[in-house]
Design a protein around this ligand. Structure first.
Ligand SMILES: Cc1cc2nc3c(=O)[nH]c(=O)nc-3n(C[C@H](O)[C@H](O)[C@H](O)COP(=O)(O)OP(=O)(O)OC[C@H]3O[C@@H](n4cnc5c(N)ncnc54)[C@H](O)[C@@H]3O)c2cc1C
Ligand code: SF4
Length: 460
């Protein structure tokens, strides 16, 4: 076997998948997974583990895959991760575990993400569940939000024996995993719901349709309902706009609204009662994972799609795999240009967008070269929809209704590494603290906060 090249993963054909919402990547089967696992050198000082924000014992689980022991492999992973089937699909492994793998020095890194996905999917098919707590502690903890940070914090605390309740504003649990990331990257019923059921199987209670800060406040939870600690994992769901002329026109959407209609409310399905615009020609503004998801969703709804991004290909913040998939499916990238105005017809509907060409100047504080406008280079793209995907910030509802909870200039909750906020007994983590980031960083924060809450309650 050529140890330098990874076992390729099967995918749905690009032309076919561009017209459906079924999962793009088909994952490894047993034979492929065991073959890929053999490429792992079981390093004494495994660099891959250092690259994993939740420190999964990667060589130990891969060793079990080599031997065909899926249950053992699953139990190794679930000591560190509550959502392995999710992480195996959406984590940016290339810049984390796989980015550190020694196999990557002279060839392809071990395909750790695809092996994690194989273990999680096979364990689910076999009905294997994570192991719960042996003893109860008799103390109540409230978790606000059921995204990856909340689910991880809840799962870890339940494993320690705490009585945990998650309060979720929406009618379904999962956060961005259900309302943001599309079905073709992360199946909801087959994958996300099953991982949430695993967290619930540890004894975690879930109350949906409860908006903390409206239905009940954090002080009510602690003073009237007997919760001794609270974790805030409310994410960063408030979209940003450009504030350019014409942005109020009909046919301009935030990526969050467009994706929520399609994913959470299943508007892509013609039998759904939630309407969604099916544009003919659509411009998506932005270059991150969210922009790729919005673009690929609009494509599947029948549109010709242009991604407009003000920097170049190298600077695209989306995962390379997502950009590659988008290109294969026929998304057109208009790089180094930026919108300046949106045009509408006499009824207020979008007819086009004026953009200006950009060139890259000096590096800014993030180290990336800043885009600078090329004078007189404006041009128009005709379109009937514009989807703004320019990032999001935390919703101020919780911070504005919780006395003593400090936030920073970016409206993010201020928290220490163990999640402790300025308010005693209240912890926070994930996008609510960092601003929009990644699933695995949110999970890492949920894990750290579970430890922090345990220490706080033991010393109380
Ligand atoms: C379209 C899209 C694609 C992405 N793709 C990737 C990817 O490929 N890989 C990756 O690693 N990351 C990706 N991300 C980022 C990742 O999903 C987030 O960083 C992660 O979900 C953050 O987790 P969280 O738990 O902090 O918050 P969230 O997932 O946002 O969950 C927060 C939850 O809190 C609930 N909530 C909010 N306010 C309240 C309240 N007042 N009361 C009760 N509940 C409340 C919300 O309804 C939500 O369910 C993507 C994000 C988006 C939007
Ligand atoms: S660094 Fe790569 S080869 Fe070494 S243990 Fe990790 S996955 Fe295996």
């Amino acid at each position: 076997m050529d140890g330098f090249v990874r076992v390729p993963v099967r995918e749905q054909d690009a032309k076919e998948r561009a017209t459906n919402f079924k999962e793009v990547c088909l994952g490894y089967n047993k034979e492929e997974a065991e073959k890929e696992a053999l490429r792992c050198l079981n390093c004494k000082n495994p660099k891959c583990v250092q690259g994993c924000p939740v420190s999964i014992n990667i060589p130990a689980f891969i060793e079990q895959v080599k031997q065909g022991n899926v249950e053992e492999a699953y139990q190794v992973i679930s000591q560190s991760s509550a959502l392995p089937a999710v992480c195996g699909r959406v984590c940016p492994q290339e810049s984390q575990c796989e980015g550190q793998c020694v196999r990557g020095i002279k060839g392809d890194a071990v395909s750790i993400g695809k092996l994690e996905r194989y273990v999680a999917d096979t364990a689910r098919e076999m009905g294997i569940k994570p192991e719960g707590a042996k003893e109860k502690k008799g103390k109540k903890v409230a978790i606000i939000g059921s995204g990856p940070s909340g689910l991880t914090c809840a799962g870890d605390l339940a494993k320690m024996g705490y009585d945990v309740t998650i309060f979720e504003a929406l009618h379904e649990a999962g956060g961005v995993l259900v309302y943001g990331i599309p079905e073709f990257r992360l199946p909801k019923d087959a994958v996300v719901k099953k991982e949430i059921e695993n967290v619930k199987s540890l004894g975690v209670k879930l109350e949906t349709d409860v908006v903390i800060g409206k239905s009940v406040t954090i002080d009510d939870l602690m003073e009237k309902e007997g919760f001794e600690a609270v974790f805030i994992g409310s994410g960063a769901g408030l979209p940003r706009f450009m504030n350019i002329p014409g942005e109020q026109a009909m046919g301009v959407f935030s990526a969050n609204e467009f994706l929520t209609r399609s994913n959470l409310m299943k508007a892509f399905d013609e039998n759904s009662r939630t309407p969604i615009m099916r544009p003919k020609k659509c411009v998506v503004v932005g270059g991150g994972n969210v922009a790729m998801d919005a673009a690929r969703t609009a494509l599947r709804l029948g549109a010709e799609v242009h991604v407009v991004y003000r920097r170049g290909e190298e600077e695209l913040p989306a995962r390379k795999e997502e950009v590659g998939h988008a290109k294969e499916e026929g998304i057109i990238f208009d790089l180094l240009c930026n919108p300046v105005e949106i045009h509408a017809d006499e009824n207020g509907w979008v007819t086009g967008i004026t953009c200006i060409r950009m060139e890259l100047g000096e590096p800014d504080e993030s180290g990336r070269r800043s885009p600078v406008e090329v004078p007189g280079s404006e041009f128009e793209i005709e379109c009937d929809a514009v989807i703004m995907s320019l990032g999001t910030s935390p919703n101020p509802l919780i911070s504005s209704t919780t006395a003593g909870l400090d936030i920073n200039k970016r409206k993010c909750i201020v928290a220490e590494d163990n999640g402790q906020t300025s308010k005693p007994g209240v912890f926070a983590g994930g996008d609510a603290v960092t601003g929009a980031a990644t699933v695995i960083l949110a999970m890492g924060a949920g894990k750290a906060a579970a430890k922090g809450i345990d220490e706080y309650l033991q010393n109380k």
